[in-house]
Design a protein around this ligand. Structure first.
Ligand code: APR
Ligand code: ZN
Length: 251
């Protein structure tokens, strides 16, 4: 299977990757549906909604600061670095991710489409203000801050710049993702349950437009039925083996 996947990747003209929480599991970031722990008796679905934020913004911000603190300590793993290297080699044209953890960027991926936003970005609930806390250097201070975060321009509440349940995805990111999927002749699907739409359309569009689907997941997912090659394996191990073979093939 690794051999077959490596051949498809080495021969591809326009390969992309589509990733979910599973690619960050080996970096210590809990997956959503694998997150069997409740945060203070709350399920993420209860907190990651506009209704929850209207009802109790202090509780939602406590949850997000907890996640931001957990994720900022996580490091990219072999799978993140392998995708960045495949892009460097000119094989991978883009990474489309459902993850908000910023680990693809940390690993060096340049053409990154974040369909569900980024947990280190905040935006104002009323004016267009937005801030990437890692770039502005305010992350530490922001996490320590006890008061509710307010917009420096208009004083309204700031919210995490992520897509909450029931919210539409950022139009430009979704359009770009679908455009890339139509153009791609191969998609590497890593660590997603493939049940959350419209993101999960990405591998299906590649398939419907004649492309190949390689899936890496220790368990079967909603994508497995359309996979041409299914590598039942954790992402780090699978990507390490795949990179060795691809390099062997392209010499
Ligand atoms: N390597 C590869 N895949 C893994 C690994 C691993 N080490 N560990 C777990 N997985 C797989 C699981 O088998 C599962 O299929 O990763 C998948 C994680 O699925 P989810 O938790 O459902 O995460 P994801 O598919 O990214 O969820 C999509 O749902 O909750 C919303 O917005 C949130 O972006 C998220 C979206
Ligand atoms: Zn504002």
């Amino acid at each position: 299977m690794i051999e077959e996947a490596a051949k498809l990747l080495a021969r591809s003209r326009f390969a992309i990757a589509f990733t979910g929480a599973g690619i960050s599991a080996e970096s210590g970031v809990p997956t959503f549906r694998g997150f069997n722990g409740l945060w203070k008796k709350h399920r993420p679905e209860e907190l990651a909604t506009p209704e929850a934020f209207r009802r109790d913004p202090r509780l939602v911000w406590e949850f997000y600061k907890w996640r931001m603190d957990l994720i900022r300590k996580a490091k990219p793993n072999r799978a993140h670095y392998a995708l960045a290297e495949l892009e460097e080699m000119g094989i991978l044209k883009a990474v489309i991710t459902q993850n908000v953890d910023d680990l693809h960027r940390e690993a060096g991926t340049r053409n990154l489409i974040e369909l569900h936003g980024n947990i280190f970005r905040v935006r104002c609930t009323s004016c267009g203000y937005g801030e990437y806390l890692k770039e502005s250097g305010r992350l530490e201070e922001f996490l320590r801050e006890k008061d509710l975060p307010r917009c420096p321009d208009c004083g309204s509440l700031l919210r995490p710049d992520v897509v909450w349940f029931g919210e539409p995805l950022p139009r430009s990111a979704l359009d770009e993702a679908f455009r890339l999927a139509e153009r791609a002749d191969l998609v590497l699907v890593i660590g997603t349950s493939g049940v959350v739409y419209p993101a999960a359309y990405v591998p299906q569009i590649v398939k419907e437009t004649g492309g190949k689907v390689i899936e890496i997941n220790p368990e079967e997912s909603g994508i497995t039925p359309i996979a041409d090659v299914f590598l039942r394996c954790p992402a780090g191990e699978a990507m390490e083996k795949l990179m060795t073979r691809v390099k062997g093939l392209i010499g």
